[in-house]
Design a binder for this molecule. Structure first.
Ligand SMILES: [Zn+2]
Length: 418
């Protein structure tokens, strides 16, 4: 049986599929991506799964319904998985842990009779680190691929279309990776929490209620660039001071309203030591548990920032650059994950902790084509997207038990429906 120690050892093995020997970096459609797929395919085959790489570069494994001796081919599939790509200078667990755990659970259930096919997927791009567009792999599977993405270029100027060719794939055929809703039972993903709540609650595991969809804006505060010495305060229309007040207001409103808002970039023109800033541009990323809370928070922020600009004689220009809907986890799959956690000896397992995910996941894209559920595992100090990412073996052991029990719970529900 694949143990937590085996799972952690496999995560360490995947670390070697990297663009650099000094840090972990594995982005979409690179030789290291292909190497990670090969490694995962080998483990999938060992677990008794038939393997293939789809037209979008995602790695799959599948066993049929029934048992190995008496298979019942062609049934809809319950898919377990996560992503195999990383950010630059990544940790070992964001994504990979979910793929390796999925393979381990498939191996544990190898001889178990199931009323659905069981599939494992390692998505080739979730982070968007190479082409700036996240969820490329899972969007292809969900059938929500946009051919315009094929013109996106990486830092070296290589188009996504060319990267497909370099990887032995053809972007024109990416539609073949799309799955039909009637061929899927649902999608379950295990992932590190990437936040501190499980650790603070002294728990290994939690279940996800919804994955937040962010809204992003580019805010331009426009004043007047003038001489830093010759312009007394009553005559100044300093765009940066207005933008600075806006940044502080964004934090205060988000904190008070239970949302997460981040100004990640602030640029100032003309950007000279002796010129009052005439223009400041800031980005805003806004997330909340529900779209309604997020949208109401934006309305409040917009009004407040407009008022700040009004008081200072500045004008405000707003461009929305991104908006994604929240992806709620299906109630029945949330229940399956809850039952899975209850089957473990986790602290407080009789009353599992519900979490909303402020971070995006493949499950968001999959939600367009099937029901989704997520299991979160505690990670050290909530750290992620860093080589300091860490998980404890006990949490992985409980996570494996919970994911396995969740699959069996889904099997019971599906069998009862038939
Ligand atoms: Zn991830």
């Amino acid at each position: 049986m694949t143990t937590a120690a085996d799972v952690l050892a496999r995560c360490a093995e995947l670390d070697r599929c990297s663009a650099s020997p000094h840090h972990l970096e594995r982005v979409h459609l690179t030789p290291e991506h292909a190497a990670a797929n090969r490694l995962a395919a080998g483990w999938m085959a060992e677990a008794g799964l038939r393997t293939w790489q789809d037209a979008a570069g995602n790695q799959w494994g599948r066993r049929e319904a029934g048992t190995p001796d008496r298979p019942d081919p062609g049934r809809p599939a319950l898919v377990l998985g996560s992503h195999l790509d990383t950010v630059p200078d990544a940790g070992s667990y964001d994504g990979m842990l979910g793929v390796v755990m999925a393979i381990a659970v498939a191996e544990r259930l190898r001889g178990t009779e199931l009323p659905f096919a069981l599939e494992v997927v390692g998505f080739g791009d979730e982070e968007g680190a190479r082409f700036g567009k996240a969820l490329l792999g899972s969007s292809a599977v969900a059938g929500s691929w946009d051919p315009a993405w094929e013109d996106l270029r990486d830092r070296a100027g290589v188009s996504l279309r060319q990267a497909f060719l370099d990887a032995g794939l053809d972007a024109a055929r990416v539609g073949e990776a799309a799955r039909r809703p009637e061929d899927l039972v649902g999608y379950l993903e295990a992932h590190i929490e990437q936040g501190p709540h499980l650790e603070a609650a002294d728990r290994s595991l939690g279940y996800v209620t919804t994955i937040a969809g962010a809204r992003r804006f580019l805010l331009s505060v426009v004043g007047e660039a003038r001489h830093a010495g010759g312009t007394p305060y009553p005559r100044r229309r300093d765009a940066l001071v207005g933008a600075g007040e806006a940044v502080v207001a964004v934090e205060r409103l988000a904190r008070d309203g239970g949302c997460l808002a981040t100004v990640g970039r602030l640029e100032v023109w003309p950007g000279a030591v002796n010129v009052i800033p005439g223009r400041a541009e800031l980005t805003l990323d806004l997330r909340a548990a529900t779209d309604a809370e997020r949208d109401a928070m934006w309305d409040r922020m917009h009004a407040e920032i407009a008022a700040i600009c009004g008081r200072r004689g500045l004008t405000l220009e707003v461009v929305e650059t991104h908006r994604a809907p929240a992806a709620p986890c299906a109630a029945w799959l949330q229940q399956a994950v809850v039952d899975g956690i209850r089957s473990t000896d986790d602290h407080g397992a009789d009353d599992p902790l519900a979490l909303w995910s402020p971070a995006g996941h493949d499950a968001m894209a999959l939600a367009a084509v099937t029901d989704v559920g997520m299991l979160f595992l505690r990670c050290a100090d909530g750290i992620s997207h860093s080589p300091d990412e860490d998980v404890r073996a006990i949490d992985v052991a409980r996570g494996l038990d919970a994911l396995q029990a969740a699959v069996l719970r889904v099997a019971a529900v599906v069998a009862a429906r038939a």
